[in-house]
Design a protein around this ligand. Structure first.
Ligand code: DGJ
Length: 748
C-alpha cells in the first residue's frame, strides 16, 4: 500500500488557528481559571481557593507561571492537560476522547478551540473575569470530522460542573468508546478517598495514597451500584470533615460509569469521570451526537465544605422538595408480599394515629406477583390479591388524611409474566437464543424499544390516572448483565438509562407534583443524574440503625438530609438480626426523610407512645433539618460520633451524639460543635423522647443541660474549646438542641 500524502497543516509544528482566551470565574470562595492558549483544549490553570480579582495581567501571569517545564525525554513542548486530554497535545495518560472510524482512523484527534461563549454571549476579548457563569467552548477537528461542545459551569454555590457534546461532522460513521472529562488537582492532594459497599452495606469509605498510576472505579452494573465510588476525593493527607483542602468529583449518571484519579510520572494529577460505554454502544452516523453526563466537582476546606456545595446546589433547584417532608410509612418490612386489605387498612389506621402523613404500598400489588418469581412487568392490579381493586385501600388512606404512594419496578420483568410471554423480544439479551443469567429471578425490560417503553408508560399512567397517587417508589433490583437489544445483540445500557430518565419525566409531566423515590435493591441508585428526575433515594435495604449511622454519614457527603429515605424499623433488624432500642433506632433515623417500616400491630402501647414522641419531634425540627447546614465533627477514631445541623443564620442547631461503639479509653476527646457562632451564647437543651441513654455519665455541663430549661453556654466553649464528652453505652444516642441567646456568657 502506498503511503498517503500528509496534509501540510497536520504537521507537528504547524501553528494552530484557534483562539487565546483566559477566563476567571469565582463564586462562594472558589476560583476557576481557564486557559485557552492558541486554540488548545481548555486547561484549568487553577481550581480551588478563591484568587481575588486578577485582571487581564494577573490572569496571564497565573496562566504563565503554572505552565510546567518541557520534560526531558518527552515531547518538546510543555504538556498542559486539557479538560479533554488528548494524545496530540503530548498527553500520554488516559485520553479524554477514544473512538475510531471503521478503517481505524480518527482515534487521535487534535481538537482546537474555535471560540467560547459566557452565559450565551460570544467572548470577543481575550480575557473575561466574572462570578458564577456558564461557559460553552467550541472545539473542532475538521480533518477527523469531530466537533465538541464543552460546557463548564461554575454554580453560585462554588460547585463546578462539566459536560461535553460530541458531534460526528465527518462523512462516515464514528464509533465512540469513551469520553472522560478531567480536572487537575495540585500535588498537595496526596490522599484519595472514595467509597465501596455492597447490598445492605452501601457507601463504605476507603482511603489510599495518591500514587503514580490510575485509581480507576469502573461500574458495569447498569445502575449506580451499591459499591459505587459515589464521590472521589483527593486532598491533603489526613483531610477531615472540618479541615484539609480537598477536591472531589462525582459522575452524575445512573448507568455504567467511571471515576478515576490519575497521577503521571511527571506528577500531573487528575480527577475525572464519565459514562462507561459498552463496545459499539454509541456509533455516530454523520451529524450524530453524544452527550456526556455532568461531571460535578467540588472544592472545600474539609469534607463538610465539599458536601455543603452539593447540598446548597440541590436545594437551589426550583423543583427541590419542600422542607416539610411528610412522615412516611412503607409497608415492605411490615407485610412483604402478604397483601391483605384488612391488614393494610389496620396498618394505615395505626400509622395515622401516630401522625404519619404518607402511606406507601410496596411490591406485590400487581399481576401474579405473590412472591419475587412471577408477575414483574405486569402493572395491572391483581384481582387475586385485591378483589375490589386498590380503591378501598387508597380511599381509606386518604380519608385518614395521608397521601398514598405505590411501588413500581418499570425497567424489569419476570419471565413468568404476561408481558414477557407476549413480547420475549423486549427482554434484554445478547442474542435471540441466549438469555443473561437471572438475578432475583428477573430480567431487564428493554425500554429503548419504543413499543416496550409505551407499554410500561401506559400501564403506569392508567394506574396514576385511576387513583389519587402522590408518589412512586421506583425500584430497580438487578445489575444489567449482557444487556442488549435481543434482536440485534447491540449493547443498550446507555439507551436504557436515558429511557428510564425519560419515563420518569413523562410521568411527572403528566402528573405535576408526583414525587418519585429512587431505589435499587436499597441504595444502589444514589447519584445526581437520577436526582434530576426524582425526589428522594432509598439509602439501603438495611435499616439497622448502627449500619445506618455510617451510611447516612457518607450518603450525605453528596445529598442533603431531606433526600435520604430514613426509616424506623422493628427492634430486631431484618437484615442483620441485631436488636436495638427504639431510642437508638429513632435517633439514627431522625436526620433524614423520616419514615416507619415496621408492623405496627406488633408494637406495644409504650412503643407507639414513644414513636409518637419522635414523630412530633421530627415535625417540629424538619424545617431546620432540611434548610440548615450539615456539620460533622471529626473525631478520628473515637466511636462517639457528632453530627449537627445549624441554621444558616447560626441561630438554631440540632446536634446528635451517637455512640457507634465502645471507646478504647476511659474518656472520649472533647466535643467541638462546629458551625456555631463563637461570639454568641446558646441555650442548650437535651431532647429525650425515649428518656436518657443507658448508663449516661454526664459531665457537669451536661447535668445542667439535662435540667428542664437547659443551660446557657458560650459559643466559644461549644464551637472552639470543646466540651468534656459524656459516657454512654454503645448504640445509644443523645440529641442536643441549641438556640442562640442575645448575648454571650455562661449563666443559667
Ligand atoms: C428492594 C427495595 O429496596 C425494598 O425496599 C423493597 O421495595 C423491595 N425491593 C421490594 O421488592
Amino acid at each position: 500500500m502506498s503511503p498517503q500524502p500528509v496534509a501540510p497543516d497536520r504537521e507537528v509544528t504547524a501553528p494552530r488557528t484557534g483562539v487565546t482566551h483566559r477566563v476567571h470565574l469565582a463564586a462562594s470562595g472558589v476560583s476557576v481559571l481557564l486557559d485557552v492558549t492558541d486554540g488548545r483544549v481548555p486547561a484549568i490553570a487553577h481550581w480551588g481557593r478563591a484568587l481575588g480579582a486578577l485582571g487581564p495581567e494577573g490572569m496571564d501571569a497565573l496562566c504563565e507561571v503554572t505552565v510546567p517545564p518541557v520534560p526531558q525525554n518527552l515531547v518538546d513542548v510543555p504538556v498542559r492537560v486539557g479538560l479533554l486530554p488528548q494524545v496530540s497535545d503530548g498527553w500520554l495518560g488516559r485520553p479524554g476522547l477514544a473512538g475510531s472510524r471503521p478503517d481505524g482512523s480518527g482515534w487521535t484527534p487534535r481538537l482546537i478551540t474555535r471560540g467560547l461563549r459566557i452565559d450565551g454571549t460570544p467572548l470577543t476579548d481575550a480575557h473575561a473575569e466574572t462570578g458564577a457563569a456558564h461557559v460553552e467552548i467550541d472545539l473542532e477537528d475538521p480533518e477527523e470530522g469531530l466537533a465538541v461542545l464543552l460546557e463548564l459551569e461554575l454554580l453560585p454555590t462554588g460547585l463546578l460542573r462539566l459536560r461535553a457534546r460530541l458531534t460526528n461532522t465527518g462523512t462516515g460513521p464514528y464509533r465512540l468508546d469513551e469520553l472522560t472529562l478531567s480536572l487537575p488537582v495540585p500535588a498537595t492532594a496526596d490522599e484519595l478517598q472514595d467509597f465501596a459497599g455492597r447490598w445492605t452495606k452501601e457507601r463504605t469509605p476507603q482511603r489510599r495514597a495518591f500514587t503514580v498510576g490510575t485509581h480507576l472505579r469502573e461500574n458495569r452494573r447498569g445502575r449506580t451500584g451499591a459499591d459505587s465510588a459515589h464521590l472521589l476525593h483527593a486532598g491533603r493527607p489526613g483531610f477531615g470533615f472540618r479541615e484539609g483542602e480537598v477536591w472531589a468529583v462525582h459522575t452524575a449518571f445512573s448507568g455504567n460509569h467511571r471515576h478515576l484519579a490519575e497521577r503521571t510520572s511527571s506528577d500531573q494529577r487528575l480527577l475525572g469521570g464519565g459514562e462507561l460505554l459498552l463496545p459499539g454502544e454509541v456509533a455516530l452516523e454523520q451529524g450524530g451526537t453524544y452527550e456526556s453526563p455532568w461531571l460535578y466537582a467540588s472544592y472545600g476546606d474539609g469534607l463538610d465544605q465539599v458536601a455543603a456545595r452539593f447540598h446548597r446546589h440541590l436545594r437551589s433547584r426550583p423543583h427541590h422538595v419542600d422542607a416539610r417532608r411528610p412522615v412516611t410509612l412503607n409497608v415492605w418490612e411490615a407485610v412483604y408480599f402478604d397483601h391483605d386489605l384488612e391488614r393494610l387498612t389496620d396498618l394505615a389506621d395505626r400509622a395515622a394515629a401516630l401522625g404519619v402523613e404518607r402511606f406507601v404500598l410496596d411490591d406485590g400489588w400487581f399481576g401474579s406477583r405473590r412472591d419475587d418469581t412471577s408477575g414483574l412487568g405486569d402493572w395491572v392490579v391483581s384481582p387475586e390479591a385485591w378483589p375490589d381493586g386498590l380503591g378501598p385501600l387508597i380511599d381509606h388512606v386518604r380519608a385518614l388524611g395521608m397521601e398514598f404512594g405505590i411501588w413500581f419496578e418499570p425497567e424489569m420483568v419476570n419471565e413468568d409474566s404476561d408481558v414477557a410471554r407476549a413480547h420475549p423480544e423486549w427482554i434484554m439479551a445478547p442474542s435471540p437464543e441466549r438469555m443473561p443469567l437471572r438475578s432475583r429471578n428477573q430480567q431487564v425490560l428493554n425500554l429503548s424499544i419504543p413499543e416496550a417503553y409505551a407499554h410500561v408508560r401506559d400501564q403506569m399512567l392508567a394506574l396514576l390516572g385511576a387513583h389519587e397517587i402522590g408518589c412512586i417508589k421506583w425500584d430497580q433490583n438487578r445489575d444489567l448483565l449482557e444487556s442488549a437489544t435481543r434482536a440485534t445483540g447491540r449493547a443498550a445500557v446507555h439507551d436504557q438509562t436515558r429511557a428510564a430518565y425519560r419515563l420518569m419525566d413523562e410521568l411527572r409531566t403528566a402528573h405535576p407534583g408526583l414525587e418519585i423515590e429512587a431505589c435499587a435493591s436499597g441504595g444502589a441508585r444514589v447519584d445526581l443524574g437520577v436526582l434530576e428526575h426524582t425526589d428522594r433515594v432509598w439509602v439501603s435495604d438495611c435499616i439497622d440503625p448502627l449500619e445506618r449511622q455510617q451510611m447516612h454519614r457518607w450518603t450525605s457527603q453528596l445529598i442533603p438530609l431531606e433526600l435520604m429515605g430514613s426509616h424506623i424499623a422493628s427492634g430486631r433488624s431484618h437484615t442483620t438480626g441485631r436488636l436495638h432500642t427504639l431510642g437508638f433506632r429513632a435517633h439514627s433515623a431522625l436526620m433524614g426523610h423520616l419514615g416507619i417500616e415496621w408492623d405496627l400491630a406488633a408494637a406495644s402501647e409504650e412503643e407507639l407512645a414513644e414513636l409518637t414522641a419522635w414523630i412530633t419531634l421530627y415535625k417540629e425540627r424538619r424545617e431546620l433539618l432540611f434548610t440548615g447546614d450539615l456539620v460533622r465533627a471529626d473525631r478520628g477514631e473515637s466511636p462517639l460520633w457528632l453530627q449537627g445541623v445549624v441554621s444558616p443564620d447560626q441561630g438554631e442547631a440540632l446536634f446528635a451524639l451517637s455512640a457507634v461503639g465502645r471507646a478504647d479509653t476511659a474518656q472520649h476527646p472533647r466535643l467541638v460543635l462546629p458551625g456555631l457562632d463563637p461570639a454568641a451564647a446558646y441555650r442548650v437543651r437535651a431532647l429525650l423522647p425515649s428518656g436518657p441513654p443507658s448508663h449516661l455519665t454526664a459531665p457537669p455541663w451536661l447535668s445542667r443541660v439535662l435540667e428542664a430549661d437547659g443551660a446557657v453556654l458560650p459559643g466559644a466553649a461549644l464551637a472552639v474549646a470543646g466540651l468534656a464528652a459524656p459516657l454512654l453505652d454503645p448504640e445509644q444516642g443523645l440529641l442536643l438542641s441549641l438556640t442562640r441567646e442575645s448575648a454571650a456568657g455562661a449563666s443559667r
